[in-house]
Design a protein around this ligand. Structure first.
Ligand code: UDP
Length: 242
């Protein structure tokens, strides 16, 4: 969408003062819900997200069971009050798509073969939305899964890069998402670099795509450090007592 809004000023600063390769402020807390096996509360800019993990438990109905591995059911939901124009409650096309791509990303990093016939349910509730909620949700889900003690190859980290005013930048904010040219959300397994999710909205040249991908991968590594710190904040005190 074209607009008269200037997304980058003459000094290269973005609307919220960030440089091209800067993430919004991220705050993560692990283990916030006592009924869930694992949980996470995450703030990413103005996004506020809760993730809760239940299971592994017997997959119901039975015909959904896989005799060789667990199924992973991620459910991304936006609260009606999370966006400017109240959102109609319940699943829509967009939330079904996001649930599907997040489920597939998580299936590729969880050691699902350890839990045949089981279901691992991951609920992602967006309480406040300000662009980038699928990445923030997946990042919160990674921490909640680790908090639940679900065995994984690594803790998945997610982040997007995009293009605004013909420049490739990290982590689009709301106006940047609305009026920018492209958005490239990804998720990776930080240690191996394996890409677990990659979507693209808008247009990028091959060169811009490579730049955006590298920027997003670096962003994921920063996100990964914040995830690990949140888990250490919760579990280190207990380890020190033992
Ligand atoms: N959004 C909204 N109403 C909706 C869906 C999305 O206002 O029904 C806003 C919300 O702030 C969201 C942003 O549009 O974060 C970008 O949505 P997109 O589909 O690109 O997904 P996201 O960037 O959140 O992963």
């Amino acid at each position: 969408m074209k607009s008269d809004i200037k997304l980058i000023d003459s000094k290269g600063k973005r609307l919220d003062g960030r440089k091209f390769d800067e993430l919004r402020k991220i705050k993560i807390e692990a283990g916030v819900l006592h009924r869930a096996e694992g949980s996470c509360y995450l703030e990413w800019g103005e996004n506020k997200i809760l993730a809760a993990v239940y299971g592994p438990r017997e997959a119901i109905p039975k015909h959904t069971q896989n005799p060789l591995r667990a199924i992973v059911k991620a459910r991304y939901n936006m609260a009606a009050f999370s966006v400017e124009d109240r959102k109609r409650p319940g699943p829509d096309r967009r939330s079904r798509e996001i649930s599907k791509v997040i489920s597939e990303a998580l299936e590729n990093i969880i050691l699902t073969e350890k839990y045949p016939r089981a279901s691992i349910d991951v609920n992602i509730e967006v309480l406040d939305a300000e662009a980038g909620t699928r990445c923030a949700g997946l990042t919160a889900a990674g921490v909640a899964l680790a908090d639940a003690g679900i065995p994984m190859k690594d803790i998945p980290a997610s982040c997007a890069a995009g293009k605004i005013e013909d420049q490739v930048v990290l982590d689009l904010g709301k106006e940047e998402d609305n009026y920018g040219n492209a958005d490239l959300p990804i998720a990776i397994s930080p240690r191996s670099g394996e890409v677990l999710l990659l979507q693209m909205d808008g247009h990028l040249t091959e060169d811009e795509f490579n730049k955006a991908l590298n920027l997003a991968i670096n962003g994921c590594k920063i996100v990964s450090d914040i995830q690990k710190k949140a888990l250490l904040d919760k579990y280190q005190p207990a380890l020190e007592v033992d």
